[in-house]
Design a protein around this ligand. Sequence first.
Ligand code: ZN
Length: 284
Amino acid sequence: MNDPVLDLIQKQGLPYQISGRDYLIKCLNPEHPDSNPSLRIDKVTGSFHCFACHFKGNLFKYYGVFTNQAPIRIAKLKEKMALIKSSTTGLELPKGATPYTKVFRGLSVKTLKHFEAFYTNIEEKLQDRICFPVKDITNKTVVYVARHTLSNGNPRYVNYPSGVVMPLYPAAAPRDAKSVVLVEGIIDMMNLYDKGLTNAICCFGTNTLHKDTKQKLLPFKAQGVSHIFIMFDGDEAGKKAADTLKPLIEEEGFIVEIINLPDGSDPGELGSSDIQSIAEYVKK
Ligand SMILES: [Zn+2]
């Protein structure tokens, strides 16, 4: 197996031990006479840290070795994702859940089926609502989002159970997608999907991605997504939120572009031809 960190340790003739996720060697700090090995080196990234003298660095830099860090970073991300995966538990389907088989707000039955829309007359909190399971990268349901079927229904959305930290949904991009289009609401995302823009994701409101940004964007990064287009609602709140979010996403290493919609419109109401041109635009 390709193991650049171990290769370098061996090339430098450093005696080492394996210790969990690290290699353990004698400290590289010339001012630290280290009789017991106390320098831990991350097996994947080559980052090191001495637990006795706190000498820190990266093995590749230390030896002036220029490496292509991309495969190392991706391996690291995959490792982190495996940790996230193993810590999630799925929710059970609410009582009385029955597949939703009508068109809803211009969303085809096929699209609703794809997102596993359902309704229930038994679970009180979900009555008169179209419900969607929101899943994590392992396909486990983390929360149900239920929208009132009447446009003036109040509240418009219910999260079930309440109080869940809202993820990005879908939690990963379609295979081989280089970009994603980030929208506010689940219906926005589904409307784009319905009309052929299949790499849309939603963040459930304008201010949820400010929290756990790194962790939420991790799967997209590991998949090789490089561009994120923010397409929030065409109102003051949406514009302001997009401007605030842009640098936070850029910080995670993505190229970010804001798509401004005309005043008063939102991605959930766009028609086929508009969505087709946006899909063309983000592809190039
Ligand atoms: Zn040391």
